[in-house]
Write a protein that binds this ligand. Structure first.
Ligand code: GDP
Length: 304
């Protein structure tokens, strides 16, 4: 129910507007579709994904000839679920790690302020709670606060943090973190990186350098490149996802701060546009508010 609560604002704006759009209508007509367009844009689904959804509904209207307006939410739910990438889990508590990787190396990328450090801390707590040996690497060395905050999470959760301090070479922190992970037979190594977007080339170079040093120990690492995005920034999150997916091979996304925003539709837009699974969503500040993403539960929650 923390999911329902976390998505309350998006849900509210979404559902109540949809009910209003179909009030007094017997079938889905042009007017209803126009309203729906606006609702989707307001919830920050994005223009491309909005057009796709409208097109799908139009196809169904044409096929079923008479589409009852009261069924619009059911149909929308089905079509939206189709556009969301599968996260291959049904289990909201599935913080399991893939077998056969010791350690499983995660590199976490994203712009400052999106909730990167918090997400790493929450993940560390979830893995630790499952008796996993976790090591964190503070390779976001451009901000003193980032290193300190990660150390704080390390203390709070009870996991070691490899840090060299501010303005040191991020790649050297990554190197030492993976080295410690291998030597200590850690289950998972999570590396925080700096998310400076001032130039794409710079970002690309920084991330590639970190990858190269990690691969000195484990050629197939990082096993996961997790991009953290702030859902409350709506379309801005899409701009950031564009930049990061061009700079490096992002394998998964975490979308934070979905509580307190009505822009939760951005999850649908991002999933549809980038075809990269949203693995985690943040619906609050507490550890348990980082949830494993499940698309069926997500749409159920939007329409319940
Ligand atoms: P970073 O600069 O990307 O490392 O961002 P932080 O991890 O420091 O997070 C920035 C702020 O966002 C902090 O105050 C976090 O507590 C807050 N935050 C992170 N995730 C969530 C979330 O899912 N919901 C809410 N409400 N706040 C969040």
């Amino acid at each position: 129910e923390s999911l329902d609560k976390g998505l309350e604002k998006t849900k509210h704006s979404f559902l109540s507007k949809i009910s209003k759009a179909v009030v007094g209508k017997s079938k889905v007509d042009e007017e209803v579709l126009d309203e729906l367009e606006e609702i989707l844009i307001t919830s920050d689904v994005g223009v491309d994904t909005m057009l796709k959804i409208i097109e799908r509904i139009e196809t169904r209207v044409a096929r079923d000839k008479y589409l009852n307006a009261s069924e619009l939410d059911v149909i929308l739910k089905e079509e939206i679920a189709e556009l969301l990438q599968e996260n291959n889990t049904e289990d909201l508590q599935d913080f399991n790690l893939p077998a056969g990787q010791q350690p499983h190396v995660m590199m976490v990328v994203g712009v400052n302020g999106v909730g990167k450090t918090t997400t790493i801390g929450k993940l560390a707590a979830q893995f630790k709670a499952r008796d996993k040996h976790v090591i964190l690497g503070a390779a976001d060395t451009f901000r003193a606060a980032a290193v300190d905050q990660l150390k704080l999470w390390g203390e709070r959760v009870g996991v070691p943090v490899v840090a060299h301090g501010m303005n040191t070479d991020p790649a050297s922190v990554a190197y030492d973190t993976v080295k410690a992970g291998v030597e200590q037979k850690a289950d998972v190594v999570i590396i925080d990186t700096a998310g400076r977007l001032h130039t794409k080339v710079n970002l690309m170079n920084e991330l590639s350098k970190i990858k190269r040093v990690i691969q000195k120990f484990i050629p197939e690492a990082p096993h996961e490149v997790l991009l953290v995005l702030d859902g409350s920034t709506g379309q801005n999150a899409i701009v950031q996802a564009d930049a990061f997916t061009q700079a490096t091979d992002v394998t998964a996304m975490a979308i934070t701060k979905l509580d307190g925003t009505a822009k939760g539709g951005v999850v649908i837009g991002i999933s549809d546009r980038f075809k990269i699974p949203v693995k985690y969503i943040g619906v609050g500040e507490k550890v348990e508010d980082l949830q494993v993403f499940n698309k069926r539960l997500f749409v159920d929650s939007l329409f319940s």
